[in-house]
Design a protein around this ligand. Structure first.
Ligand code: ATP
Length: 303
């Protein structure tokens, strides 16, 4: 059975008159990577900060490693590492100087040893004496990540850590996240990238402050009950335009030379694509996480 380190029950948060997180009930598995997805302003960061004791909810109940997220926030904070999408280290210090400075102000025992450990663990050796100003976005984020775990936290909270980072560097960054997770660290990460969502063990999809879905990518895809066909052939844009008028077709998208059509009504979709002329090649295909989220979003309304 899965072990959960964070448990939230009907948690709410408003800023002024804006109800930003609404009755959030969610459990976060220990030692796994949980991804938070949803449009801008949907309450992901606010939810993540509340579950780690960084922000006090207005109502509800919850715990983080058995500490109350209302009353014992000071006990939770030392267990948390936090990294934002903005590089917040000193650009005129080297990688080593940055880490050492942070280690000292955070009273890390044996700071020199800890910094060297992290430099090796995060493969930062060739940049240890380079000013962080000269690092690429991907390497800067790697240094930020190493800084966020200087105190060996149990949970790290990453707020869009790879925004604007190139795909190769993002892939390398995720290798480190999986490595940290394999050592038992619990990781909460918000992202807008679907490929990153697919790398998470667990997902929470938020919209207008509401949790629309949670679970593994496979379980979220399955729970939507969608059917998808891949269509190849002439004038796919015209075909997509025609399909967009059919109520039963939930969504259409063209990738390269293939049109993907998705519907909740499997039989109707079968009939529609089955009626296409012979010069179209039609094949049933797996519904993707992106299809499932697009479907969820269509139903999401501000409540
Ligand atoms: N400290 C604050 N004071 C006032 N409003 C806030 C505060 N923090 C967040 N908000 C507002 O709450 C809403 C939700 O913000 P939040 O950052 O949680 O969303 P998000 O899903 O993480 O968005 P994004 O993807 O853009 O980071 C937004 O409208 C934001 O402006």
């Amino acid at each position: 059975m899965m072990d959960y380190c964070i448990k939230l029950q009907n948690v709410n948060k408003s800023f002024g008159t804006k109800h930003v997180v609404k009755d959030l009930t969610l459990n976060i598995p220990t030692g796994k990577i949980t991804g938070f997805l949803g449009p801008n302003g949907s309450g992901k960061t606010t939810a993540m900060r509340m579950m780690c004791g960084l922000l006090k909810p207005d109502s509800g109940s919850g715990s983080c490693f058995d500490f109350d997220i209302f009353k014992q926030r000071e006990s939770i904070k030392p267990m948390i590492g936090y990294m934002t999408q903005y590089f917040s280290l000193w650009e005129n210090l080297t990688v080593r100087e940055n880490l050492l400075f942070l280690a000292k102000i955070r009273n890390i025992p044996q700071p020199i040893k800890r910094v060297e450990e992290l430099i090796n663990e995060f493969a930062l050796q060739r940049f240890r004496d380079v000013l962080t100003h000269h690092l690429s976005g991907g390497w800067k984020q790697r240094v930020s990540l190493s800084a966020s775990i200087l105190h060996d936290p149990k949970i790290i909270l990453l707020d869009e850590p790879t925004a604007g980072v190139d795909p190769y560097a993002r892939r390398e960054f995720w290798k480190i996240l999986h490595y940290l997770s394999s050592k038992g660290m619990t990781i909460l990460v918000s992202t807008h990238y679907m490929d990153e969502a697919e790398r998470c063990n667990h997902l929470a999809w938020m919209s207008y402050g509401n949790l629309l879905a949670s679970g593994s990518a496979e379980s979220i895809i399955q729970s939507q009950g969608l059917t998808t066909f891949a269509i190849k052939g002439p004038n796919l844009h015209d075909l997509e335009y025609r399909f967009s008028d059919i109520d039963e077709i939930e969504q259409t998208v063209i990738f390269s030379n293939t049109l993907f059509v998705t519907s909740k009504q499997s039989n109707t979709l079968n009939t529609i694509v089955g009626a296409l002329p012979d010069n179209y090649h039609v094949e049933k295909t797996a519904t993707t996480l992106e299809d499932s989220f697009a479907h969820l979003m269509k139903q999401a309304v501000p409540i």
